[in-house]
Design a protein around this ligand. Structure first.
Ligand code: F3S
Length: 287
């Protein structure tokens, strides 16, 4: 009989739960309204499909909403948040806005905006292609220095005449964040560091680390495009064989037979039912 360990903190975080509830409530009361989500509501295909079945229309650009159409229209801003410019565009188009930006992300927007307006330079630690990072950068006129890894800093000429304000994408790996901060401290620049990795990310990374030290295999469940899921994968890989899956179906061709102890964790946008189904599959092998 296999031993299965589920991480103490896994799956939907506070910000995702809140966003999903706000969006669902809108869909329940939508009457003749068209409701658009700016980008997939969360990085989980299966969950997004449920919302789309209920009437949610996913678009990638606010310009895709035709403002001439007479139906009342509403746009949902997802938990990753967006740049200020997107609110301006939505207002110009006279769209109703349902803002589900996670409060932890909102706080970073405020920090970036206030600091930038005071003439400080923003260093943003994160992935420049991730929507959350694109959104944060949009609150400081797209002028942040964005770095994901230490080596990216080597080519950047630091300015000793300004004050830097450092913030982070909420889902950064804490160890990578610390390495970058240590380097900046060594450079003796004038800076204020804000560790804005959110608490949900921290506890998920910590529990993933804990169980990956006591199992033969880690299974990380989450969307392929989910940044926090990818971070969990790399953390688990530091200690043990690790596979990343979106649903239990991805396990069919995988030989679980040789592992006696298996750990399971899941990214912040993985619904409970997908975690439960996966555990059931590991236990009973039935799809
Ligand atoms: Fe918010 Fe952190 Fe989740 S920023 S959306 S609570 S991963």
């Amino acid at each position: 009989m296999k031993k299965i360990f589920l991480a103490d903190h896994a799956g939907y975080c506070f910000g995702v739960k809140r966003a999903m509830k706000l969006a669902w409530d809108e869909l329940e009361n939508r009457e003749n309204k068209n409701i658009f989500a700016l980008g997939p509501l969360i990085h989980n295909k299966q969950a997004v499909e449920k919302y789309e079945e209920k009437g949610l229309i996913t678009i990638n650009d606010i310009e895709d909403i035709d403002s001439k159409n007479v139906n009342p229209k509403e746009v949902i801003i997802r938990s990753h948040g967006v740049a200020k410019e997107v609110y301006d565009q939505a207002n110009e188009k006279k769209l109703e806005i349902v803002d589900t930006t996670c409060p932890f992300v909102k706080k970073i927007h405020e920090l970036a905006k206030e600091s930038y307006e005071k003439g400080k330079k923003i260093i943003l630690i994160g992935d420049k292609n991730h929507p959350e990072v694109i959104g944060i950068n949009g609150w400081c006129d797209n002028k942040a220095i964005i770095v994901k890894e230490l080596k990216e800093l080597f080519d950047i000429e630091l300015d000793y005449s300004v004050e830097y304000v450092v913030v982070s994408q909420t889902t950064m790996n804490e160890r990578e964040f610390d390495v970058i901060i240590d380097y900046l401290k060594d450079k003796n620049i004038n800076m204020v560091v804000n560790n804005t990795i959110c608490s949900a990310t921290k506890v998920r990374q910590q529990s993933a680390r804990e169980i990956s030290n006591k199992v033969d295999l880690m299974i990380v469940i989450g969307g392929k495009h989910s940044s926090n899921t990818q971070k969990l994968v790399s953390i688990c890989k530091e200690s043990v064989d690790t596979i990343a899956i979106e649903t239990k179906a991805d396990l069919i061709d995988f030989d679980l037979g040789k592992y006696d102890t298996i750990g399971v964790t899941a990214g912040a946008s993985t619904p409970d039912w997908i975690i439960e189904e996966t555990i059931e599959y590991i236990e009973n092998g039935v799809i």
